[in-house]
Design a protein around this ligand. Structure first.
Ligand code: TRP
Ligand code: ZN
Length: 877
């Protein structure tokens, strides 16, 4: 196995415009896996068929980490001159138009630290083939537009691997001899190679069943390490809720006899939708109230749903090529968001999604790694599993849902699934189905797929008697490779709140229609005017309701009007946004104006007072309203990111709010205490609000006593973590004791210890960089496990803005060192750490130089992988 040969051939750019269907198709493949302790042998027998006229050779994708044992065409073994073996391909020169191809390869799963292809996790065999992992198992047409039927046979040691799983429905199984056994699996649905999966090992199983709408009985199994089986119940309930929901909301039924989920501890991403055999990061399966927070439970439900929904949006209808990734991911994220909204609170879920989009996707869209939802070129496809493709992609789907209405959208997805079942298609095909089902024209709307960057909107009012004209202008900043942008088509939702706080509905002339939750304006031009008639004096517009399009908006609303909306708006997003704006405007003034902050404007203090005493609103939403905008959010509004100044100013606002409202906060905190632990929505909302209040009260006089009591009295992980993070952030005398206590209590639970690392990486204390660096030497730290790595390194570099940007540049140097160390074992993971180093344009002076210095160091390292190099080089330009 010559690995060095591969490293010496840098990958080149692949363009969407160059797309051509594969010259050869593989329609069926019979795979036999012979698994042993220190290697695996894979025999692949494929039915190959020439699709493109001519005599072109057969080029198969492969990788440098496997050995080719033999190749045979129609039973005839090939000798060396009949084929060319490259580091990432196998070319067969003279092949017939149709033949049977037999290839035997040998792999070393136990040495695979890249966690791609066939690897070991927790002593078990598992696979990860998206996007291009299958080529590390055998030589193949490893691209999503090759749909094949798979028959799989697995042979392994009985004691070592009692459980043998693959895609589809189970077939024959039995003993080979005293030590070894086999199992066969058949997947009747043609699928691309990225959906192939295999699991073999010692696993426990939680079983249940589901009967589909049309009466099909489906066996449901969740496999996990035997000791973790008691933590699989919530995932199972979530799976059943997902199956039911997809039938009701999208008319989609499950199609196999079994649905298997396997939880593994080492996984590069969240989970994988392999047909009939999902493989999950154990973080998104395992939960019990004492080890998982309410947020963890919600995330598990969302991801179980996400992977399940892929069975239609991704598997039955798949992607033609990887430029179309958002076809499945944007749509499936939208579907999982709708599901979670129906299971929890629609308003709060929307705020969570908007917050994530702004914290992660807006900076991506504003930086050197900006790319359209449907990218035009890439070097390493793994680098395009981005928040833009996933979350902005979901916003694009959501806008179509808004423009066409719920029924029109459903008609569109019905047509899409019906028309393209069993095909590998494009984003264009999805939009076309939406148009055809609705007789709509989404011509201009398509720009959302091709133009990168976050559009900017400005809204201005002009009053003439009772007539108010809204002038809305849009623009979009340049992004790499796209200097000029055309105007987008976007749905802009607006409402009106009368001076008495009641919702009013003035008449709109054209280009607008009233819906239940507001008036929908159709934005299409650079500058557009909308005339509302009958707007009483004192009425305030509630803009961008429900965050109806993913934009950065400024308006001529006054501070007093934001304060008013913060109490009166019926739209949860607009109300929240008004409250956030009051604070972020103040923080920007303080940081950029250098004015000392000694007291808060009274409208702000009063607005928070009103929210605190609001007893008519869902406490979960009250909690959201009380959380100040994050430093990352406000940082984006500064001309230059002055992280330290911003942090101090925000701390001051928190202190001043406690000073003003400490008494009310305290009594509401106490009123929310509960006897015993409950997991219904009301109990979760109460816990959330109580923990937000604790965050404020921690800054008050008896803060330490209160937080310590909260920690000691916690009967669930949500409360325990809330207290632990406050303690970790503080100078409390009990700090070390509590951190040690937590570690001692949970040291045998890796998922909980991840939280222990993350909370320290997120600490705003001044010594955090050194603490984080020291933690890389902790007995429980390893860069081989992606969850552990993320919990320490990504938490620090992506979430802890003020400490990552420490003035001596130690944060940047730490991250660069970690990227290089991880790159040597898992390039895909290393690449996911790069983005924060690309933000140097937001800095000035020495900070800017030091960040670029860190990038140059990685770029200058000959061992740097293609994955990391693509992002580092883009980040430098
Ligand atoms: N398709 C998966 C999802 O979103 C994503 C995924 C899982 C993935 N593992 C991966 C993508 C590894 C690239 C590489 O549900
Ligand atoms: Zn997905």
């Amino acid at each position: 196995m010559d690995v060095s040969a591969a490293a010496s051939v840098p990958k080149s750019e692949i363009y969407l415009a160059d797309y051509r269907p594969p010259a050869f198709a593989i329609d069926h493949v019979q795979l036999t896996f012979r698994l042993f302790d220190d290697f695996a042998e894979v025999e692949a027998v494929s039915d190959v068929r020439r699709q493109e006229k001519g005599t072109a050779p057969l080029m198969l994708d492969g990788g440098p980490y496997m050995d080719l044992v033999s190749v045979a065409v129609d039973g005839e073994a090939l000798t060396g001159n009949a084929y060319t073996l490259g580091s990432d391909s196998l070319t067969l020169h003279d092949v017939p138009d149709q033949f049977s191809l037999r290839i035997v390869t040998r792999l070393k799963p136990q040495e695979n630290t890249r966690l791609e292809g066939l690897y070991h996790s927790g002593g078990n065999f598992c696979t990860q083939c998206e996007a291009e992992g299958f080529r590390h198992i055998t030589y193949f047409v490893d691209r999503p537009d090759n749909l094949a039927r798979y028959s799989v046979r697995i042979e392994a040691n009985k004691a070592r691997c009692p459980v043998l799983l693959s895609n589809g429905n189970p077939g024959d199984a039995g003993d080979l001899n005293e030590r070894r056994h086999f199992a066969e699996w058949h997947d009747p649905f043609p699928k691309p190679s990225y959906l192939f999966a295999l699991v073999a090992g010692k696993l426990g199983v939680l079983s249940d069943s589901f009967t589909t709408e049309s009466g099909r009985d489906v066996a449901l199994n969740i496999y996990a390490a035997p000791a973790d089986l008691d933590k699989c119940g919530y995932a199972m309930q979530s799976l059943k809720r997902s199956m039911k929901w997809d039938e009701e909301a999208f008319g989609r039924e499950y199609d196999l006899d079994v649905y298997n989920i396997v939880a593994v501890g080492d996984f590069n991403m969240g989970a994988m939708e392999n047909k009939g055999l999902n493989i999950f990061n154990s973080k998104y399966v395992l939960a019990s109230p004492d080890t998982a927070t309410d947020t963890d439970f919600d995330r598990i439900e969302g991801i179980i749903g996400h992977e399940y929904f892929h069975n239609w949006s991704g598997n039955r209808v798949t992607c033609r090529d990887w430029f179309q990734l958002s076809l499945k991911e944007g749509l499936t994220v939208f579907r999982d968001q709708q599901f979670s909204s129906d299971m929890t609170s629609r308003a709060v879920k929307r705020l969570d999604d908007v917050r994530l989009l702004r914290m992660l996707q807006f900076p991506e869209d504003a930086g050197p790694l900006a790319h359209p939802v449907r990218p035009e070129k890439y070097i390493e496809i793994n680098n395009f599993y981005t928040v833009t493709v996933y979350n902005k992609g979901a916003e694009v789907i959501r806008m179509m849902h808004r423009l066409l209405g719920a029924d029109g959208f459903r008609a569109g997805t019905d047509l899409y699934f019906d028309r393209h079942d069993g095909q590998a298609v494009t984003c264009e095909d999805f939009v076309k189905a939406m148009e055809d089902a609705n007789g709509a024209d989404l011509g201009q709307f398509r720009l959302w797929y091709s133009q990168a960057g976050t559009p900017k909107l400005t809204v201005e009012r002009m009053r003439d008697g009772n007539q108010v004209t809204l002038t809305i202008t849009q623009s979009c900043p340049p992004t790499p490779g796209q200097a000029e942008k055309l105007p987008f088509h976007m749905p802009f939702m607006v409402g009106w709140v009368g001076a008495d706080g009641a919702e009013i509905r003035p008449t709109i002339a054209a280009d607008g229609t009233w819906h239940e939750d507001g008036c929908l304006l159709d934005l299409r031009q650079e500058r557009q005017q909308f005339v509302f008639e009958g707007v009483p004096e004192g009425a305030v517009p509630s803009l961008l309701r429900d965050f109806s399009c993913p934009v950065l908006m400024t308006s001529d609303l006054t501070e007093a009007e934001f304060a008013f909306l913060s109490g009166a708006d019926t739209d949860a997003f607009a109300r929240w946004e008004a409250t956030q704006t009051l604070v972020s405007n103040l923080l920007v003034r303080v940081v950029e104006g250098d004015e000392p902050l000694t007291s808060l404007p009274s409208h702000l203090t009063d607005a928070y007072g009103a929210v605190l005493t609001d007893e008519n609103t869902d406490p979960a939403l009250i909690a959201e309203l009380l959380m100040l905008p994050s430093e990352i959010d406000v940082g984006q509004k500064l001309k230059v990111l002055e992280a330290e100044k911003l942090h101090k100013a925000r701390e001051t606002v928190l202190h001043l709010l406690v000073k003003a409202h400490g008494g009310v906060m305290r009594s509401r905190y106490e009123a929310l205490a509960s006897d015993g632990f409950f997991q219904d929505q009301d109990a979760k909302a109460a816990r959330k609000l109580r923990n937000v209040l604790l965050g404020y009260l921690a800054l008050g006089e008896d803060g330490e006593a209160l937080v310590k009591t909260h920690y000691d009295g916690a009967d669930n992980m949500t409360d325990q973590m809330a207290a632990l993070s406050l303690v970790t952030d503080s100078d409390f005398a009990c700090r070390k004791v509590v951190l040690d206590d937590f570690y001692a209590q949970w040291k045998d639970n890796t998922l909980v210890i991840d939280k222990w690392f993350a909370v320290q990486a997120n600490s705003k204390r001044e010594d955090t960089v050194e603490v984080v660096r020291a933690l890389t030497n902790h007995e429980a730290f390893t860069i081989k496990n992606p969850n552990r790595l993320r919990s320490l390194v990504s938490s620090f570099s992506m979430l802890n803005q003020v400490r990552f940007h420490s003035e001596d540049g130690a944060g940047y140097r730490f991250l660069a060192d970690m990227i290089e160390a991880v790159d040597a074992i898992n390039p895909q993971m290393a690449a996911k750490l790069v983005a924060p180093l690309g933000r140097w344009r937001r800095l000035e002076g020495r900070a800017r130089d030091m960040m670029q210095e860190s990038l140059r160091k990685i770029a200058g390292n000959a061992a740097t992988s293609d994955d990391v190099r693509e992002l580092v080089e883009k980040s430098l330009t």
